[in-house]
Ligand binder design. Sequence first.
Ligand code: DNO
Ligand code: MN
Length: 365
Amino acid sequence: MRMVFRWFGEGNDTVSLDHVRQIPGVEGIVWSLHDIPAGEEWPMERIEEVRDQASAFGLHIDVVESVNVHEDIKLGLPSRDRYIANYIRTIEKLGQVGVKVICYNFMPIFDWARTDMFKAAPDGSTALFFEKAKIHGIDPMELVRTITQNSSLTMPGWEPERLAHLASLFEAYRGVTEEDLWSNLGYFLKAVVPVAEANGIRMAIHPDDPPWSIFGLPRIITSQENLRRLLSLYDSPANSLTLCSGSLGANPDNDIVSMIHEFHDRIPFAHIRNVRVFDNGDFIETSHRTQDGTVDITGIVQAYHETGFTGYARPDHGRHIWGEQCRPGYGLYDRALGIMYLWGLWDAYTRKSQDQASKVKEAVQ
Ligand code: DNO
Ligand code: MN
């Protein structure tokens, strides 16, 4: 397991690289050029700038999250070929600087969705929260109006400059079914996966968060069965998964341990975090500790260990603790605590398997 840490870039993150490198066992950053709109080709100078900033602190840039996919590709519009050509040129440039994994997602319009960025817990910490009733049964157009007037619902995709386009985006998705989305994803993968493969890069799709349809929009990267279907769309190690335990874990029917055992050779990147799912379907992000949420983090780390996981892992999100002012989910403290929990479990499983191996050795002597 190779530990990495998401960093949003100079001047765009409250966490500094000299702090990142002090977290035990963190070897690289997970990065992106967040200001480049989806569909545009990334400039080489900007890529090299991040590489140089990271390497000044002894950190690598092997994992990119995300190179976002333009909506026209998800919609299957004729203009998609132009955006796919840009995507391909970006993959080639990332290959040149040694990037190994590109995380992306295929969620229509919105990335992760939450209804509260700073939901208070009894211990005084705050965390990202999803209130099902607030999102379900809402007419998307009604929602666009509400958001324009009062932005208590905030998430990636709700940026003011995108709000104006939201109504037309919802219109564009009218009638787009899950099967259409599958076919558009297949078209995209057929074009980009061979290029990734030739450049030593693995495309690793991030599951939908939450893993079900919201606002009437189709969502397909949601379950073990659908992950299997995704991998069968293009049979190559470069068509792979970012297995996010928190996103998939928001649906208690998802058995993440079983997913790791089934897909282990197609998981170059693990997001390991916990959530607590309530009976009414609401969920809150919690500390990484298994007992603190409803996702079996212990079992997940054990499964990665048993399958000989050599990929990259990050703690994904954390709570906001000790008064830290930061981006929702992306403070230093709780993510660093999460990393130490993951290492604790990992090292204990390593010791256990070493002990077992030496017992076997003694027995045969
Ligand atoms: C949620 C996060 C996501 C993720 C993107 C990847 O679990 O990891 O914000 O970064 O969806 O494209
Ligand atoms: Mn994730």
